[in-house]
Design a protein around this ligand. Sequence first.
Ligand SMILES: Cc1cc2nc3c(=O)[nH]c(=O)nc-3n(C[C@H](O)[C@H](O)[C@H](O)COP(=O)(O)OP(=O)(O)OC[C@H]3O[C@@H](n4cnc5c(N)ncnc54)[C@H](O)[C@@H]3O)c2cc1C
Length: 481
Amino acid sequence: MALTRVQIIEKLCKIVCENQIVTDEQVMKESSVDRFRRFEAYHGVFRLPLPAAVVHVHSTEDVAAVLKFANANRINVVPRTGHSATEGGLETALENSIVVDGSAMNKIIDIDPNNMQATAQCGVSLQELDDRLREMGYTTGHSPQSKPLAQMGGLVATRSIGQFSTLYGGIEDMVVGLEAVFPDGGIARIKNVPRRAAGPDIRHVIIGNEGALCYITEVTVKIFKHFPENIRFLGYTLNHMKTGFEILREVMVNGYRPSVARLYDVEDGSCHFSHFAEDKCVLIFVAEGVKPIADATALAIKEIVAAHDECQQVDPKLIERWFAHLNWDPANLALERTEIIETKNICNTTEISANWSIIYDLYKVCMQRVSDEIPDLTLLGAHSSHSYLNGTNLYFVYFYNVVDCEPEEELTKYHLPIKKIIVEETIRAGGSMCHHHGVGKHRTQWIKEEYDSSYYILENLKKAFDPNGVMNMGTIIPLDD
Ligand SMILES: Cc1cc2nc3c(=O)[nH]c(=O)nc-3n(C[C@H](O)[C@H](O)[C@H](O)COP(=O)(O)OP(=O)(O)OC[C@H]3O[C@@H](n4cnc5c(N)ncnc54)[C@H](O)[C@@H]3O)c2cc1C
C-alpha cells in the first residue's frame, strides 16, 4: 500500500537530517511547477498534485539513500537544481512526489588546467564556475541566457546549449565524465578520458535524461583558454530571412567557427534592436580565440556577407553592448513577474531544429499558421541562434494578451496551441521538435513521432533504468505509456 504523506515525511526524517526537509505549503506549491505554468502560479493557481516534501540533499550518499527509499516505496522523485526549467520538467505529475533539490551540493571540486577540465557538484551555478575560470584565464564556453540561474546538474540533464555554441558546442560536447545515482541507489561514475571506443558512449544515457532515468550528482566539463582581448563583434541589417539563412549556411559549410552566429527576423529583432534596425532583420557574429583565428574568422565572415548587397554593417559596439545585458538573473525574473501580473501579457518560446534545405519554409509556415490561428498575439517572431554544418535552430518567440479567461486557460487557449503548430509542422518537415529546452512534460505527446522507429531504444532505457517508474514520471515519456 502506498505510503501517506505523513509516513513519507517520517521516513525521510530517518534518512536525512530534519532540517534538510521542507514541507511548507507555499514552498510545495511553488515546487509543483516551473516556468511553463508561471502565468497560473503568478495568479495563485496551482493545479498539480503537491509534493510531499522538498529534500535538500548534501551529498551523493544523501541522493542514493533518498532514491533507494523512493524506489522501494514507488514514490515519484523530481530532481531539481537551478529551478529555471521552461517545459514542465519540474512539474510534480504524481501525488506525494519528493522533490530532490541538489542546489546545496555546490562545491567546485577541481579545476585542472593541465588536462583542461573542471569538476563540479550538481548544484554549482554555471555563473560561479565560469567566473572562477575567467579569473584564471579560462572559460567553460557555456553561456545559456540562464547562466546566472542554472546549475550544473540541470544544465547536463536538459542537454542545454549556450550563446557561444557554434565554437564550443552544446553541453554534450563539453561533458568529459560524470557521476549519477540510479533509482536503486547505485552510484555510477563515468571516468574522465579524452575519447573512448569501448562500446557505446554511455554518457549520452545520462546527458539529457531530464531526471527521468537518474540523478546527476557530479559533472566534469572541458575548459578552454579565454582571450577576451581578441573578441570581434559583427552586426548587419538585412531585408530577408532567406538571405540570412544562406549566409549562416555559407559560414558553416566553409568551416568557419564563429562563437556566435545569430539571425533575427524583423519582429523578434524589434524587441532587441529597434534603436538601429527598424523593420530590418539582424545578423550577428562573434569571432574569438587566439588572435590569428579570431581575425581570420571575422575577415572571412565580412567577405561572405559583402557578397550580399542587402546587408548593411552596423557599429560593432552596438552588438557588444547588447550582448553584455542578454543574460537573465533573479532581478529579471522579478520584473517579468510584475509585468505579467499588471499587463496580462506574457512571452513564451518554442525551439526546434532542422536541416538547411527545409529551415526557411518551416519558418514561413509556422509564422503563417500561428498568426492565422492564434488570437490576441501582440508579437510573433523568431531567431536562429545555433548553427551547425547540416542546419540550424529556430527559436520562436510569442507574446500574447491573456484576455477574457481564467488563468488556467492561458495554457489551453494560447501556449499549447502555439506549441502544437510549431511542433507538428517541424516533425512533418523532418526536423526535431526540441532543440535545447528539453521535452519536459508538454512535448511528450509527440515523442513517438519525434523518435519514429528509434523510440524502441528510448522506451527500453526507461524500462531498464527506472523499472519501478519513480524518476520524474511524465517527463520525456508520457505518463500513460
Ligand atoms: C530566462 C531563461 C533563459 C534560458 N536560456 C536558456 C539557454 O540559453 N539555453 C538553454 O539550453 N536553456 C535555457 N533555459 C532553460 C534552462 O535554464 C535550462 O534548461 C537549464 O539547463 C536548466 O538548469 P537548472 O539547473 O535550472 O535545472 P532545473 O530547472 O532545476 O531542472 C531542469 C530539468 O532537469 C532535471 N534535473 C535538474 N537537476 C538534475 C539532476 N541533478 N539530475 C537529473 N536531473 C536533473 C529536472 O528534473 C528538470 O527536468 C533558459 C531558462 C530561462 C528561465
